[in-house]
Design a protein around this ligand. Structure first.
Ligand SMILES: [Cu+2]
Length: 382
């Protein structure tokens, strides 16, 4: 091919390449970049986008050019020319994509390996998916470690109450998430962090990230997990805060946890338990006194004490007693004994009767608290 025929081709390719690079550099289709990982994931994506735009233009312009240049002229009834085989062309169109795919594979693997490497001195936070709410489990603050150093049993207990339905993470500090699920599969997903990880019952999976931007974003569940799946992201937000605020937050959780452990069956503790996200009640039930969510998978618990007293008087759904407390207790640990009219059986979790999931103290506290929720004041039970 003569040089003067090659020059226009080179110019066109250079223009396409420039358009591809501009597209890759300016595309802004994603949510905020709130983690270090988001930057590397997006850079890789934009690099792929630049290549894809470049190739797309070559192919599309080639098609349009061919359609116009080689169209059938008026009165031409002949067959087209028959081309067969062009070794140089075939080697080229195999070799170039092979190189591109190889480069992308190496870059992708680097980013992936990076995403799978825990940060140094990471703060470890547990995430527990359950229908229909995330619970996040936090480490003790330094003060707690000192105070409880000589009482490992109490330490474990307090630790189990370091839980919230909100995810707090410190700015610019690596975080390791230990993720699991109680009932069915869920998936931990924060789009602004570009990390997503399945939550599997009976197994702990991990994801790692370093938050780089103050703010508040939703924690999504990325695995369709039942009728209240969409509620999960409404309840759980990730709050990226300064290190000092994170430390203060842990202190506050610790004080709450100590309060619970020191007076476990108190009605106020029941309220804290329902509001804290240790149990997923707010994913399904309205309970105005304890938390703001308005989920309607189950009946509203506003005024439950009054209705419980009525059910008990009718002998409905009561085990081990015949008062409002027995009805509420039975509804929680043995939900199928009485199904509230208009609601399906089997949706209320069946595992609160398992004492490793809901210890007796917590059950007592929750029942005591729900007994304070009457539709008319004063409460007949008080
Ligand atoms: Cu879910």
């Amino acid at each position: 091919m003569r040089l003067n025929r090659l020059i226009p081709v080179i110019i066109v390719l250079a223009v396409f390449l420039a358009i591809g690079i501009v597209a890759g550099l300016t595309a802004n289709w994603f949510p905020d970049q709130a983690s270090a990982e988001a930057v590397s994931v997006d850079s890789l994506f934009n690099f792929m986008l630049a290549i894809a735009v470049f190739i797309f233009l070559i192919v599309e312009v080639g098609i349009v050019y061919t359609i116009i240049r080689f169209r059938v002229r008026k009165g031409d009834e002949s067959d087209g020319r028959n081309y067969h085989g062009n070794t140089a062309l075939e080697i080229t169109w195999t070799a170039i994509p092979a190189v591109i795919v190889f480069v992308l594979a190496i870059l992708s693997f680097q980013v992936f390996a990076d995403l799978r490497t825990p940060g140094e001195n990471a703060v470890v936070i547990g995430a527990r998916g359950q229908q229909f709410q995330w619970s996040f489990l936090y480490p003790l603050p330094a003060r707690g470690e000192t105070e409880l150093a000589n009482d490992p049993e109490k330490r474990d207990k307090v630790l189990s109450y370091m839980v919230d339905s909100a995810l707090y993470v410190p700015l610019n500090h690596p975080v390791t998430m230990d993720i699991t699920a109680v009932d069915v599969m869920h998936a931990f997903y924060v789009p602004e962090f570009r990390v997503k990880q399945d939550a599997i019952p009976g197994r702990v999976t991990n994801t790692y990230f370093t938050p780089t931007k103050l703010g508040e974003y939703a924690v999504e569940c990325a695995e369709l997990c039942g009728s209240g799946h969409g509620n999960m992201s409404l309840i759980s937000k990730v709050h990226i805060v300064e290190q000092a605020d994170f430390d203060a937050y842990l202190e506050g959780l610790y004080d709450k946890a100590i309060g619970i452990v020191n007076d476990p069956r108190n009605a106020e503790v029941g309220k804290v338990l329902l509001a804290s996200g240790r149990y997923p009640c707010s994913g399904c039930h309205i309970l105005t006194d304890a938390y703001p969510t308005q989920n309607k998978i189950g009946p509203s618990l506003n005024g439950i004490a009054t209705r419980a007293a009525e059910h008990a008087a009718n002998g409905e759904g009561v085990l081990g007693g015949n008062d409002a407390a027995a009805y509420i207790r039975t509804s929680i640990v043995n939900p199928n004994l009485y199904i509230v009219a208009g609601y399906p059986p089997g949706v209320m979790p069946q595992n609160f009767g398992d004492r490793s999931i809901m210890p007796e103290d917590d059950l007592e506290a929750i029942v005591n608290y729900l007994l304070t929720q009457c539709s008319e004041m004063p409460c007949p039970q008080q």
